[in-house]
Structures are given as C-alpha cells and as structure tokens.
Design a protein around this ligand. Structure first.
Ligand SMILES: [Zn+2]
Length: 166
C-alpha cells in the first residue's frame, strides 16, 4: 500500500505546516500532535486513489493545515473544532482502513483480560470456597492482565508491521 508513491500531495501539506510552525506554541505542537496530522496526511495520500472518502478529506486536511495557527491559538471552541475535525478523519481510518493508535490493543486487551479474568476466577471461588474469593479475584486479575497484554502486544506489533499505526 505504502512505498513507491511519491506522496507529492502530503509533502505539500508538510510544507504548509512547516510555514505555520513558528506561529504555534511548542507545547501546542506536542499536545495537538501536529506530527500525527502529517502522518495522517501521508496515509490519506496513499489511500485516496482507492477511497472516495479519503479523497474528500484532502481538501479538509489542507484547510486544517492552512488555518492551524487560527485554530490552535484561537478560542477554546476553535481548539475543540480542530480536535473534532481531526477525529472525523481518524475515525474513518480506524473504521474503514484498519488503523489504530499506538499501543491501543495492548491497553484494550489488558483491560478485557483483567475484567474477564477476575470475573471467571472470582465466580469460580464464589462456588468453590467463598473464603478465597479475593484470592480468586486477584489471581484472575493477574492472569487475565498478563494474557491480555500478550495478545494485545502481538496485535499492536502486527499493526506496526503493516504500518497501520498513528
Ligand atoms: Zn478512506
């Protein structure tokens, strides 16, 4: 999917962002993940040949890049608007193109793991011996967490390998 393409359009976006960088506070650059916007532009550039929605996001991303200082140095509403517009694009990439945030699956499966683990071992102990209920909950929590982390990390690594990470 990636590679070979010259990414002329996303380079243009990077250039636009670079001309605005001095007008944005350093901490805002980090907080609003402007580097992620550049990465998203790259991804959209690659997908837009085969996806109408991605193609239509090109205009939106260009507008965002051009008005970055106004959005980020503006009112609270403007900042919220920036985040919302970013989110719409990212949600499309997540739902339609299999993208995910870095380490998303590790935290997701860890959570599922300890919840399910504690529930299973907790209820087992409830039936076997209520005195050990907390022990059961604890063991289930720990096992579930470890198991969930392993599964999640595997999936995150795969996402990274496929370059489907923001
Ligand atoms: Zn798309």
């Amino acid at each position: 999917m990636e590679n070979k393409k010259l990414n002329v359009w996303s380079k243009q976006i990077k250039d636009i962002i670079n001309t605005k960088i001095d007008l944005i506070h350093k901490k805002d650059y980090k907080f609003y993940k402007i580097d992620r916007l550049e990465r998203v532009a790259e991804v959209i550039d690659n997908l837009s040949d085969n996806c109408q929605v991605c193609e239509s996001f090109k205009t939106e991303i260009k507008t965002i890049a051009e008005t970055l200082p106004e959005l980020l140095n503006g009112t609270v509403n403007k900042r919220a608007e920036y985040e919302k517009r970013n989110e719409i694009i990212i949600n499309h990439l997540k739902q339609n193109h299999g993208f995910s945030y870095k380490d998303y699956f590790t935290s997701f499966f860890s959570f599922i793991g300890f919840t399910v683990g504690a529930a299973i071992f907790g209820s087992l102990m409830w039936f076997i011996n209520k005195e050990y209920l907390f022990f059961g909950l604890f063991v289930g929590f720990a096992i579930g967490l470890i198991f969930g982390r392993i599964v999640g990390r595997k999936k995150d690594k795969l996402q990274e390998k496929r370059q489907l990470i923001f």
